[in-house]
Design a protein around this ligand. Sequence first.
Ligand code: NAD
Ligand code: DAU
Length: 335
Amino acid sequence: MKLLVTGGAGFIGSNFIHYILKKYPSYVVINLDKPTYAGNFESLSDVENNRNYYVITGDITSPTHVEAVFQNGIDVVVHFAAESHVDRSILNPNVFFQTNVLGTQYLVEFAKQYKVKKFVQISTDEVYGSLGQTGRFTEATQLQPNSPYSASKASADLLVRAYYETFGIPVNITRCSNNYGPFQFPEKLIPLSIIRAMNDESIPLYGSGLQVRDWLHVDDHCRAIDLVIHHGVPGEIYNIGANNEWTNVDLIKEILDKLHKPYDLIHFVKDRPGHDQRYAIDASKIKRDLGWTPRITFEEGLSETIEWYLDHEFWWKRVQEGEYRSYMALQYGHR
Ligand code: NAD
Ligand code: DAU
């Protein structure tokens, strides 16, 4: 099996490559990544000598780059590459549509031309928009994206779906809730909070802090994608989530408790424009049809993640250099 992983130098992609190389030692993995500020090949330094692992530095918005990769004979595409951060999509939406929509179109087009056996579009629960206090997103929930990021992901999902309907490309779309775990870029809430708390720096909490996210460990996400690759029914969408809802304020307090830091590090700041109130995934379809179930409790997963950031200062210090500083200044003002 020859697997093309796009965006493999990012958070979920790098965890996924580790997972696949360990579980399927005979599979060949090609990691196509640009990389952007969010990509870091160092996250895979431990597997760089694995003879089944190949890196191709290339841009999914370049049809020349993308076609060159498909000429290697690809069986399955797992498409993670994206601009992934909501706040950045508010500051600069354009690149989100270039990468997430146009880049996906090139990939699925060459997947068609080179007759791949499966194309897995890694999408997000954010395409469904926001929930009130009750209910959960199912695969049939109407798409109502509220941010430029989620609108670009929803657009990509629709074009992947169209390639299935029109050309019969064997696609699956997965829609997962918020992931956490090692190698997550520290612009996202959990690593941002861990690192800032460790350094006794204030943690910016948007608006009321009462928005709800449904957190899943990245390894549980990887196991779900594995099942979708091997058993997903072409054309089907699978929601992925662990039924693990937290308000942002309670989550940050949990992190502060685990690090023995005071709550007064929490600093309420201006709300995110268009901030979705609540996400919650109904994952009964993937549980029923593919036998997936999350294995990592939040208690153990969060503790391990905090430990990982405590032990990998060299990793997060490196990714905080350069571009990160100007982004933080733009997003949070004085930081
Ligand atoms: P990330 O930002 O950590 O990584 C994205 C990767 O894509 C980076 O390595 C980056 O270099 C690469 N990339 C970006 N533009 C590229 C381009 N033009 N050409 C080639 N590579 C490019 O993102 P992540 O959090 O790992 O998310 C991965 C995927 O999963 C995304 O599609 C995202 O929408 C989806 N998703 C993420 C979450 C989450 O909680 N993080 C949840 C559900 C779905
Ligand atoms: O739901 C899946 C999505 O989860 C993925 O599709 C996205 O790629 C991923 O970035 C994530 O999006 P969120 O916007 O939910 O994640 P983020 O970590 O940016 O924010 C989580 C919550 O915390 C959200 O309600 C906003 C809030 N927040 C975030 C930051 C960065 C704060 O209060 N302060 C902050 O500084």
